[in-house]
Design a binder for this molecule. Structure first.
Ligand SMILES: Cc1cc2nc3c(=O)[nH]c(=O)nc-3n(C[C@H](O)[C@H](O)[C@H](O)COP(=O)(O)OP(=O)(O)OC[C@H]3O[C@@H](n4cnc5c(N)ncnc54)[C@H](O)[C@@H]3O)c2cc1C
Length: 471
Protein backbone atom coordinates (compact mmCIF):
# COMPACT_ATOMS: atom_id res chain seq x y z
CA UNK A 1 0.00 0.00 0.00
CA UNK A 2 2.68 2.47 1.04
CA UNK A 3 4.72 1.83 -2.11
CA UNK A 4 1.74 2.30 -4.41
CA UNK A 5 0.74 5.53 -2.64
CA UNK A 6 4.38 6.73 -2.92
CA UNK A 7 4.11 6.15 -6.66
CA UNK A 8 0.91 8.22 -6.77
CA UNK A 9 1.90 11.20 -4.61
CA UNK A 10 5.66 11.04 -4.05
CA UNK A 11 7.48 9.52 -1.07
CA UNK A 12 7.39 12.67 1.10
CA UNK A 13 3.58 12.69 1.01
CA UNK A 14 3.06 9.27 2.60
CA UNK A 15 3.72 8.59 6.30
CA UNK A 16 3.78 5.22 8.03
CA UNK A 17 5.31 3.44 11.02
CA UNK A 18 4.66 3.12 14.73
CA UNK A 19 4.94 6.83 15.56
CA UNK A 20 2.45 7.72 12.84
CA UNK A 21 0.02 5.03 13.98
CA UNK A 22 0.07 6.53 17.47
CA UNK A 23 -0.30 10.15 16.40
CA UNK A 24 -3.24 9.45 14.09
CA UNK A 25 -5.14 6.79 16.07
CA UNK A 26 -7.64 9.22 17.62
CA UNK A 27 -8.78 12.83 17.69
CA UNK A 28 -9.45 14.85 20.86
CA UNK A 29 -11.91 12.13 21.97
CA UNK A 30 -9.24 9.75 23.22
CA UNK A 31 -11.45 7.00 24.58
CA UNK A 32 -11.69 5.10 21.28
CA UNK A 33 -8.60 4.54 19.15
CA UNK A 34 -7.78 2.70 15.93
CA UNK A 35 -4.54 2.75 13.97
CA UNK A 36 -4.31 3.78 10.33
CA UNK A 37 -2.22 1.70 7.91
CA UNK A 38 -0.72 4.96 6.62
CA UNK A 39 -1.33 8.70 6.31
CA UNK A 40 -1.19 10.69 3.07
CA UNK A 41 -0.59 14.43 2.76
CA UNK A 42 -2.11 15.61 -0.54
CA UNK A 43 -1.60 19.20 -1.76
CA UNK A 44 -4.41 19.52 -4.32
CA UNK A 45 -7.93 18.34 -5.13
CA UNK A 46 -6.43 16.12 -7.86
CA UNK A 47 -4.09 14.45 -5.32
CA UNK A 48 -7.06 13.68 -3.07
CA UNK A 49 -9.00 12.25 -6.03
CA UNK A 50 -6.06 9.98 -6.96
CA UNK A 51 -5.88 8.55 -3.42
CA UNK A 52 -9.64 8.04 -3.13
CA UNK A 53 -9.73 6.26 -6.51
CA UNK A 54 -6.84 4.04 -5.42
CA UNK A 55 -8.70 3.19 -2.18
CA UNK A 56 -11.81 2.28 -4.20
CA UNK A 57 -9.85 0.06 -6.56
CA UNK A 58 -8.27 -1.74 -3.62
CA UNK A 59 -11.24 -1.75 -1.21
CA UNK A 60 -9.29 0.19 1.41
CA UNK A 61 -11.19 2.44 3.87
CA UNK A 62 -10.17 6.10 4.04
CA UNK A 63 -10.82 8.88 6.55
CA UNK A 64 -10.37 12.64 6.19
CA UNK A 65 -8.50 14.50 8.90
CA UNK A 66 -7.99 18.21 9.48
CA UNK A 67 -6.36 19.23 12.75
CA UNK A 68 -7.75 16.27 14.74
CA UNK A 69 -9.45 18.53 17.30
CA UNK A 70 -12.79 16.77 16.81
CA UNK A 71 -14.45 15.70 20.06
CA UNK A 72 -16.49 12.70 18.90
CA UNK A 73 -13.90 10.47 17.23
CA UNK A 74 -14.80 11.65 13.70
CA UNK A 75 -11.31 11.46 12.23
CA UNK A 76 -10.39 8.21 13.98
CA UNK A 77 -9.73 5.62 11.24
CA UNK A 78 -12.24 3.13 12.62
CA UNK A 79 -11.40 0.33 10.18
CA UNK A 80 -7.74 1.29 9.66
CA UNK A 81 -6.81 2.08 6.06
CA UNK A 82 -5.65 5.47 4.82
CA UNK A 83 -5.94 8.77 6.68
CA UNK A 84 -6.12 11.67 4.22
CA UNK A 85 -4.77 14.65 6.16
CA UNK A 86 -5.22 18.16 4.78
CA UNK A 87 -2.17 19.68 6.50
CA UNK A 88 -0.66 20.79 3.20
CA UNK A 89 -3.89 22.16 1.73
CA UNK A 90 -3.73 25.50 3.50
CA UNK A 91 -3.84 28.08 0.71
CA UNK A 92 -6.19 31.04 0.62
CA UNK A 93 -6.85 31.09 -3.12
CA UNK A 94 -8.93 34.24 -3.61
CA UNK A 95 -10.26 37.11 -1.52
CA UNK A 96 -13.25 38.87 -3.08
CA UNK A 97 -13.78 41.91 -0.85
CA UNK A 98 -16.43 43.46 -3.10
CA UNK A 99 -18.66 40.39 -2.89
CA UNK A 100 -17.62 39.59 0.68
CA UNK A 101 -16.40 36.07 0.08
CA UNK A 102 -13.19 34.06 0.09
CA UNK A 103 -11.99 30.82 -1.52
CA UNK A 104 -9.65 28.63 0.53
CA UNK A 105 -8.33 25.09 0.60
CA UNK A 106 -9.90 22.92 3.26
CA UNK A 107 -6.78 22.61 5.43
CA UNK A 108 -6.67 26.37 6.08
CA UNK A 109 -6.90 27.09 9.82
CA UNK A 110 -10.09 28.89 10.89
CA UNK A 111 -8.45 31.88 12.61
CA UNK A 112 -6.22 32.53 9.58
CA UNK A 113 -9.30 33.08 7.42
CA UNK A 114 -10.46 35.95 9.61
CA UNK A 115 -6.92 37.31 10.04
CA UNK A 116 -6.51 37.50 6.26
CA UNK A 117 -9.50 39.85 5.83
CA UNK A 118 -9.35 41.84 9.08
CA UNK A 119 -7.80 44.75 7.18
CA UNK A 120 -11.05 45.02 5.17
CA UNK A 121 -13.24 45.07 8.30
CA UNK A 122 -14.48 41.51 7.59
CA UNK A 123 -14.28 38.11 9.27
CA UNK A 124 -15.40 34.47 9.02
CA UNK A 125 -18.09 34.40 11.71
CA UNK A 126 -17.98 30.74 12.89
CA UNK A 127 -15.39 30.78 15.67
CA UNK A 128 -15.08 27.42 17.45
CA UNK A 129 -12.95 27.71 20.58
CA UNK A 130 -10.42 25.53 18.73
CA UNK A 131 -10.16 28.18 15.99
CA UNK A 132 -6.44 28.72 16.37
CA UNK A 133 -5.84 25.17 15.05
CA UNK A 134 -9.01 23.61 13.64
CA UNK A 135 -9.41 23.63 9.86
CA UNK A 136 -12.06 24.90 7.48
CA UNK A 137 -12.66 21.30 6.25
CA UNK A 138 -13.14 20.04 9.82
CA UNK A 139 -15.47 22.98 10.60
CA UNK A 140 -17.54 22.21 7.50
CA UNK A 141 -17.69 18.47 8.21
CA UNK A 142 -18.83 19.09 11.81
CA UNK A 143 -20.97 22.16 11.02
CA UNK A 144 -18.98 23.77 13.81
CA UNK A 145 -20.42 26.37 16.15
CA UNK A 146 -18.66 28.52 18.71
CA UNK A 147 -19.17 31.32 21.20
CA UNK A 148 -20.67 33.68 18.60
CA UNK A 149 -23.05 31.10 17.10
CA UNK A 150 -25.82 32.52 19.28
CA UNK A 151 -26.05 35.64 17.13
CA UNK A 152 -24.22 34.76 13.91
CA UNK A 153 -25.27 31.13 13.28
CA UNK A 154 -23.28 27.96 12.66
CA UNK A 155 -20.93 27.06 9.80
CA UNK A 156 -23.64 26.04 7.31
CA UNK A 157 -24.93 29.62 7.29
CA UNK A 158 -21.51 30.84 6.10
CA UNK A 159 -20.64 28.41 3.30
CA UNK A 160 -21.37 29.38 -0.31
CA UNK A 161 -19.71 26.67 -2.36
CA UNK A 162 -17.62 23.51 -2.11
CA UNK A 163 -15.27 21.47 -4.24
CA UNK A 164 -15.47 17.85 -3.16
CA UNK A 165 -13.92 14.54 -3.90
CA UNK A 166 -16.88 12.17 -3.73
CA UNK A 167 -16.42 8.73 -2.11
CA UNK A 168 -15.86 7.17 -5.56
CA UNK A 169 -13.07 9.66 -6.39
CA UNK A 170 -15.03 11.96 -8.72
CA UNK A 171 -14.44 15.72 -8.33
CA UNK A 172 -17.76 17.52 -7.74
CA UNK A 173 -18.69 21.19 -7.31
CA UNK A 174 -21.62 22.41 -5.18
CA UNK A 175 -22.66 26.08 -5.08
CA UNK A 176 -20.00 28.71 -5.72
CA UNK A 177 -19.22 32.35 -5.15
CA UNK A 178 -22.92 33.21 -5.07
CA UNK A 179 -25.45 31.77 -2.61
CA UNK A 180 -28.44 29.68 -3.70
CA UNK A 181 -28.79 27.76 -6.95
CA UNK A 182 -31.21 25.24 -8.45
CA UNK A 183 -31.50 21.57 -7.65
CA UNK A 184 -31.33 19.72 -4.34
CA UNK A 185 -29.52 21.60 -1.60
CA UNK A 186 -26.58 19.18 -1.47
CA UNK A 187 -24.38 21.89 -0.01
CA UNK A 188 -26.44 21.94 3.19
CA UNK A 189 -26.49 18.12 3.21
CA UNK A 190 -22.71 17.96 2.96
CA UNK A 191 -22.07 20.48 5.74
CA UNK A 192 -22.28 18.49 8.97
CA UNK A 193 -21.92 15.09 7.26
CA UNK A 194 -18.79 14.38 9.33
CA UNK A 195 -16.61 13.24 6.44
CA UNK A 196 -18.96 10.39 5.46
CA UNK A 197 -20.13 11.80 2.11
CA UNK A 198 -16.74 12.72 0.65
CA UNK A 199 -13.83 15.06 1.22
CA UNK A 200 -14.05 18.82 0.83
CA UNK A 201 -10.93 20.22 -0.79
CA UNK A 202 -11.88 23.88 -1.38
CA UNK A 203 -14.64 26.14 -0.09
CA UNK A 204 -16.13 29.53 -0.85
CA UNK A 205 -16.98 31.11 2.49
CA UNK A 206 -19.10 34.14 3.31
CA UNK A 207 -17.36 37.10 4.96
CA UNK A 208 -19.25 39.10 7.59
CA UNK A 209 -18.54 42.75 8.53
CA UNK A 210 -16.81 43.12 11.89
CA UNK A 211 -19.06 44.95 14.37
CA UNK A 212 -17.80 48.46 15.17
CA UNK A 213 -19.11 48.49 18.75
CA UNK A 214 -18.37 45.61 21.14
CA UNK A 215 -19.09 45.51 24.88
CA UNK A 216 -17.85 42.57 26.94
CA UNK A 217 -18.50 41.85 30.60
CA UNK A 218 -17.39 39.04 32.92
CA UNK A 219 -19.74 38.47 35.83
CA UNK A 220 -19.19 36.30 38.87
CA UNK A 221 -21.97 34.49 40.72
CA UNK A 222 -22.05 32.94 44.18
CA UNK A 223 -23.85 29.79 42.91
CA UNK A 224 -24.10 27.85 39.65
CA UNK A 225 -27.89 28.07 39.87
CA UNK A 226 -27.78 31.88 39.96
CA UNK A 227 -25.66 31.88 36.79
CA UNK A 228 -27.80 29.37 34.89
CA UNK A 229 -31.00 31.14 35.93
CA UNK A 230 -29.50 34.38 34.60
CA UNK A 231 -28.93 32.76 31.21
CA UNK A 232 -32.54 31.55 31.09
CA UNK A 233 -33.80 35.01 32.11
CA UNK A 234 -31.68 36.86 29.50
CA UNK A 235 -32.93 34.64 26.68
CA UNK A 236 -36.53 34.99 27.93
CA UNK A 237 -36.35 38.81 27.48
CA UNK A 238 -35.60 38.34 23.77
CA UNK A 239 -32.16 39.96 24.09
CA UNK A 240 -29.64 38.04 21.96
CA UNK A 241 -26.08 38.78 23.03
CA UNK A 242 -23.32 38.00 20.53
CA UNK A 243 -21.91 35.54 23.08
CA UNK A 244 -23.16 34.15 26.38
CA UNK A 245 -20.66 31.70 27.84
CA UNK A 246 -20.50 30.03 31.23
CA UNK A 247 -17.63 28.58 33.30
CA UNK A 248 -17.98 26.84 36.66
CA UNK A 249 -15.63 26.53 39.61
CA UNK A 250 -13.97 23.38 38.19
CA UNK A 251 -12.77 25.37 35.17
CA UNK A 252 -11.70 28.31 37.33
CA UNK A 253 -9.59 25.98 39.49
CA UNK A 254 -7.92 24.59 36.35
CA UNK A 255 -7.26 28.11 35.04
CA UNK A 256 -5.75 29.15 38.37
CA UNK A 257 -3.48 26.08 38.38
CA UNK A 258 -2.41 26.54 34.76
CA UNK A 259 -2.17 30.31 34.31
CA UNK A 260 -2.45 31.79 37.80
CA UNK A 261 -5.73 33.55 36.92
CA UNK A 262 -7.63 34.76 39.98
CA UNK A 263 -11.31 35.45 40.61
CA UNK A 264 -13.29 37.28 43.29
CA UNK A 265 -13.70 35.42 46.58
CA UNK A 266 -16.82 33.24 46.69
CA UNK A 267 -17.14 32.85 42.88
CA UNK A 268 -18.81 29.58 41.95
CA UNK A 269 -19.54 30.44 38.32
CA UNK A 270 -18.72 33.08 35.73
CA UNK A 271 -20.72 34.35 32.78
CA UNK A 272 -18.89 36.00 29.90
CA UNK A 273 -21.34 38.14 27.95
CA UNK A 274 -20.70 40.12 24.80
CA UNK A 275 -23.08 42.43 22.94
CA UNK A 276 -22.14 43.95 19.61
CA UNK A 277 -23.45 46.00 16.70
CA UNK A 278 -22.83 49.25 14.86
CA UNK A 279 -24.90 51.59 17.01
CA UNK A 280 -23.34 52.37 20.40
CA UNK A 281 -26.64 53.41 22.01
CA UNK A 282 -28.38 50.14 21.11
CA UNK A 283 -25.43 48.03 22.24
CA UNK A 284 -25.17 49.96 25.53
CA UNK A 285 -28.90 49.47 26.14
CA UNK A 286 -28.52 45.73 25.55
CA UNK A 287 -25.63 45.40 27.95
CA UNK A 288 -27.56 47.42 30.55
CA UNK A 289 -30.53 45.03 30.27
CA UNK A 290 -28.19 42.09 30.73
CA UNK A 291 -26.42 43.73 33.67
CA UNK A 292 -29.73 44.32 35.48
CA UNK A 293 -30.75 40.67 35.03
CA UNK A 294 -27.40 39.56 36.45
CA UNK A 295 -27.86 41.81 39.47
CA UNK A 296 -31.39 40.58 40.07
CA UNK A 297 -29.95 37.05 40.25
CA UNK A 298 -27.37 38.07 42.86
CA UNK A 299 -24.25 38.55 40.71
CA UNK A 300 -21.39 39.45 43.00
CA UNK A 301 -19.03 41.41 40.74
CA UNK A 302 -18.72 42.63 37.18
CA UNK A 303 -15.59 43.32 35.14
CA UNK A 304 -16.09 45.43 32.01
CA UNK A 305 -13.74 45.62 29.02
CA UNK A 306 -13.25 49.09 27.61
CA UNK A 307 -10.44 48.31 25.14
CA UNK A 308 -9.52 45.44 22.77
CA UNK A 309 -6.69 44.42 25.12
CA UNK A 310 -9.06 44.24 28.10
CA UNK A 311 -11.54 42.29 26.01
CA UNK A 312 -8.87 39.74 25.07
CA UNK A 313 -8.03 39.41 28.76
CA UNK A 314 -11.65 38.64 29.65
CA UNK A 315 -11.83 36.05 26.84
CA UNK A 316 -8.58 34.39 27.92
CA UNK A 317 -10.32 32.36 30.61
CA UNK A 318 -12.90 31.01 28.16
CA UNK A 319 -10.46 30.28 25.35
CA UNK A 320 -7.88 28.57 27.58
CA UNK A 321 -10.30 26.57 29.72
CA UNK A 322 -10.07 23.14 28.07
CA UNK A 323 -6.28 23.33 27.71
CA UNK A 324 -5.96 24.27 31.38
CA UNK A 325 -7.72 21.05 32.34
CA UNK A 326 -4.54 19.20 31.42
CA UNK A 327 -3.40 20.31 34.90
CA UNK A 328 -6.11 18.26 36.59
CA UNK A 329 -5.72 14.79 35.02
CA UNK A 330 -4.07 12.97 32.09
CA UNK A 331 -7.30 12.77 30.04
CA UNK A 332 -10.35 14.90 29.40
CA UNK A 333 -13.58 13.99 27.60
CA UNK A 334 -15.71 16.98 26.65
CA UNK A 335 -19.33 15.99 26.24
CA UNK A 336 -21.78 17.89 24.08
CA UNK A 337 -25.54 18.03 24.38
CA UNK A 338 -28.29 20.61 24.00
CA UNK A 339 -31.28 21.45 26.15
CA UNK A 340 -33.89 24.22 26.11
CA UNK A 341 -32.23 27.12 27.94
CA UNK A 342 -34.95 27.29 30.57
CA UNK A 343 -33.83 23.81 31.71
CA UNK A 344 -30.21 24.82 32.38
CA UNK A 345 -30.51 25.07 36.17
CA UNK A 346 -31.94 21.57 36.62
CA UNK A 347 -29.61 20.10 33.97
CA UNK A 348 -26.46 21.38 35.68
CA UNK A 349 -27.66 19.85 38.98
CA UNK A 350 -28.00 16.56 37.10
CA UNK A 351 -24.47 16.84 35.62
CA UNK A 352 -22.92 17.24 39.09
CA UNK A 353 -25.02 14.39 40.51
CA UNK A 354 -23.98 12.04 37.67
CA UNK A 355 -20.28 12.89 38.12
CA UNK A 356 -20.54 12.28 41.88
CA UNK A 357 -22.33 8.95 41.33
CA UNK A 358 -19.59 7.75 38.97
CA UNK A 359 -16.81 9.30 41.09
CA UNK A 360 -15.25 11.31 38.27
CA UNK A 361 -14.17 14.95 38.25
CA UNK A 362 -16.29 17.30 36.16
CA UNK A 363 -15.93 20.92 35.10
CA UNK A 364 -18.27 22.88 32.85
CA UNK A 365 -17.58 25.56 30.29
CA UNK A 366 -20.11 25.99 27.58
CA UNK A 367 -22.11 28.06 25.15
CA UNK A 368 -24.85 28.67 27.70
CA UNK A 369 -26.81 31.05 25.47
CA UNK A 370 -27.40 28.21 22.99
CA UNK A 371 -28.27 25.74 25.76
CA UNK A 372 -25.21 23.85 24.49
CA UNK A 373 -23.65 21.98 27.44
CA UNK A 374 -20.03 20.82 27.57
CA UNK A 375 -19.44 18.85 30.77
CA UNK A 376 -15.70 18.03 30.76
CA UNK A 377 -14.81 14.85 32.65
CA UNK A 378 -11.20 14.58 33.76
CA UNK A 379 -9.78 11.16 34.49
CA UNK A 380 -6.98 8.72 33.67
CA UNK A 381 -7.61 6.79 30.46
CA UNK A 382 -4.99 4.19 31.39
CA UNK A 383 -7.52 2.86 33.90
CA UNK A 384 -10.27 0.92 32.07
CA UNK A 385 -12.67 1.35 35.01
CA UNK A 386 -12.41 5.14 34.83
CA UNK A 387 -12.95 4.99 31.06
CA UNK A 388 -16.12 2.95 31.54
CA UNK A 389 -17.35 5.42 34.19
CA UNK A 390 -16.79 8.37 31.86
CA UNK A 391 -18.69 6.66 29.05
CA UNK A 392 -21.57 5.69 31.37
CA UNK A 393 -21.75 9.19 32.87
CA UNK A 394 -21.75 10.74 29.39
CA UNK A 395 -24.61 8.52 28.32
CA UNK A 396 -26.65 9.44 31.42
CA UNK A 397 -26.22 13.12 30.62
CA UNK A 398 -27.09 12.76 26.96
CA UNK A 399 -30.20 10.73 27.79
CA UNK A 400 -31.35 13.49 30.15
CA UNK A 401 -30.77 16.10 27.42
CA UNK A 402 -33.11 14.17 25.13
CA UNK A 403 -35.67 13.68 27.93
CA UNK A 404 -35.68 17.45 28.48
CA UNK A 405 -36.49 18.09 24.83
CA UNK A 406 -32.91 18.69 23.67
CA UNK A 407 -30.45 16.91 21.39
CA UNK A 408 -27.63 14.35 21.60
CA UNK A 409 -25.20 16.87 20.12
CA UNK A 410 -24.95 20.63 19.75
CA UNK A 411 -21.83 21.03 17.69
CA UNK A 412 -19.30 18.21 18.17
CA UNK A 413 -21.11 15.71 15.98
CA UNK A 414 -21.95 12.05 16.47
CA UNK A 415 -18.73 10.50 15.16
CA UNK A 416 -17.92 7.22 16.83
CA UNK A 417 -18.78 8.44 20.31
CA UNK A 418 -22.53 8.69 19.91
CA UNK A 419 -23.34 6.40 17.00
CA UNK A 420 -25.24 4.21 19.49
CA UNK A 421 -27.09 7.20 20.95
CA UNK A 422 -28.38 8.86 17.76
CA UNK A 423 -31.22 6.31 17.90
CA UNK A 424 -32.59 8.22 20.92
CA UNK A 425 -33.67 10.94 18.51
CA UNK A 426 -34.94 9.01 15.49
CA UNK A 427 -37.24 6.07 14.95
CA UNK A 428 -36.14 3.22 12.67
CA UNK A 429 -37.74 4.52 9.42
CA UNK A 430 -36.08 7.92 9.96
CA UNK A 431 -32.69 6.31 10.61
CA UNK A 432 -33.18 4.13 7.57
CA UNK A 433 -33.74 7.18 5.36
CA UNK A 434 -30.47 8.60 6.65
CA UNK A 435 -28.74 5.29 5.85
CA UNK A 436 -30.08 5.42 2.31
CA UNK A 437 -28.83 8.99 1.84
CA UNK A 438 -25.36 7.94 3.02
CA UNK A 439 -25.37 4.86 0.79
CA UNK A 440 -26.32 6.95 -2.25
CA UNK A 441 -23.01 8.81 -1.85
CA UNK A 442 -20.89 6.20 -0.10
CA UNK A 443 -22.14 2.89 -1.50
CA UNK A 444 -18.99 0.89 -0.71
CA UNK A 445 -18.90 2.28 2.89
CA UNK A 446 -15.17 2.98 2.50
CA UNK A 447 -15.45 6.72 3.25
CA UNK A 448 -15.10 7.24 7.03
CA UNK A 449 -16.83 3.96 7.98
CA UNK A 450 -18.65 3.31 11.28
CA UNK A 451 -19.49 6.96 11.94
CA UNK A 452 -22.85 8.61 12.76
CA UNK A 453 -25.27 5.73 12.15
CA UNK A 454 -25.59 2.65 14.41
CA UNK A 455 -25.06 -1.01 13.55
CA UNK A 456 -23.05 -0.65 10.38
CA UNK A 457 -21.75 -3.80 8.74
CA UNK A 458 -18.34 -4.81 10.11
CA UNK A 459 -18.26 -2.06 12.76
CA UNK A 460 -19.89 -3.86 15.66
CA UNK A 461 -17.12 -6.49 15.66
CA UNK A 462 -14.48 -3.77 15.67
CA UNK A 463 -15.97 -1.84 18.55
CA UNK A 464 -14.36 -3.90 21.30
CA UNK A 465 -10.95 -3.18 19.77
CA UNK A 466 -11.39 0.61 19.96
CA UNK A 467 -12.42 0.97 23.57
CA UNK A 468 -9.94 1.81 26.34
CA UNK A 469 -6.85 1.11 24.30
CA UNK A 470 -4.73 3.95 25.67
CA UNK A 471 -1.14 2.98 25.12
C1 LIG B 1 -10.31 22.93 22.93
C2 LIG B 1 -11.38 22.63 21.93
C3 LIG B 1 -12.42 23.53 21.76
C4 LIG B 1 -13.43 23.28 20.82
N1 LIG B 1 -14.41 24.20 20.67
C5 LIG B 1 -15.39 23.99 19.76
C6 LIG B 1 -16.43 24.94 19.59
O1 LIG B 1 -16.48 25.98 20.26
N2 LIG B 1 -17.38 24.67 18.66
C7 LIG B 1 -17.35 23.53 17.90
O2 LIG B 1 -18.24 23.34 17.07
N3 LIG B 1 -16.38 22.61 18.06
C8 LIG B 1 -15.40 22.81 18.95
N4 LIG B 1 -14.41 21.87 19.11
C9 LIG B 1 -14.42 20.64 18.29
C10 LIG B 1 -13.58 20.72 16.99
O3 LIG B 1 -12.55 21.67 17.12
C11 LIG B 1 -14.45 21.04 15.79
O4 LIG B 1 -15.33 19.96 15.52
C12 LIG B 1 -13.65 21.32 14.51
O5 LIG B 1 -14.54 21.70 13.50
C13 LIG B 1 -12.83 20.13 14.02
O6 LIG B 1 -11.92 20.59 13.04
P1 LIG B 1 -10.59 19.77 12.71
O7 LIG B 1 -9.88 20.45 11.60
O8 LIG B 1 -9.80 19.55 13.93
O9 LIG B 1 -11.23 18.41 12.19
P2 LIG B 1 -10.89 16.89 12.56
O10 LIG B 1 -11.04 16.67 14.02
O11 LIG B 1 -9.62 16.50 11.94
O12 LIG B 1 -12.08 16.16 11.81
C14 LIG B 1 -13.41 16.33 12.23
C15 LIG B 1 -14.35 15.60 11.25
O13 LIG B 1 -14.27 16.25 10.01
C16 LIG B 1 -13.91 15.35 8.97
N5 LIG B 1 -13.07 16.11 8.07
C17 LIG B 1 -11.93 16.80 8.35
N6 LIG B 1 -11.48 17.42 7.24
C18 LIG B 1 -12.35 17.11 6.25
C19 LIG B 1 -12.44 17.44 4.87
N7 LIG B 1 -11.53 18.20 4.28
N8 LIG B 1 -13.47 16.95 4.15
C20 LIG B 1 -14.42 16.16 4.73
N9 LIG B 1 -14.38 15.82 6.02
C21 LIG B 1 -13.37 16.30 6.77
C22 LIG B 1 -13.20 14.20 9.69
O14 LIG B 1 -13.28 12.99 8.97
C23 LIG B 1 -13.97 14.15 10.99
O15 LIG B 1 -15.15 13.41 10.82
C24 LIG B 1 -13.39 22.09 20.04
C25 LIG B 1 -12.34 21.18 20.21
C26 LIG B 1 -11.35 21.44 21.14
C27 LIG B 1 -10.24 20.45 21.29
Amino acid sequence: MVQELHDLLGADSVLSGVAIERVYDCDAYTVDRSKPACVVLPSTTEDVAKVVKWCNQNDVPFTARGAGTGLSGGSMPAMGGVVIATKRMTEILEIDVENRCLLAQSGAVNARLSDSVKQYGLHFAPDPSSQSVSTLGGNIAENAGGPHTLKYGVTVQHILGLTLVAPDGEIVKLGGRVAGGPGYDLLALFVGSEGTLGLVTEAWIKLTPLPTVIRTILISFPTVRAATQTVADIIATGTIPAALEMMDKGILNALSAAFGLTYPEGTEALLLIECDGDDATTVDEEIETVRKICESNGSSSIATAATDAERAKLWKARKSGVGAMGRLAPSVVTHDGVIPRSKLPEMLDHVYAVAAKHQIGVANLFHAGDGNLHPCFYFDDRDPKQVESVVAAGEAIIRRCVDLGGSVTGEHGIGIEKSDLIGLMFDEPSLDLQRRVRDAFNSKALCNPCKILPSQKGCTEHKRRWRGTAW
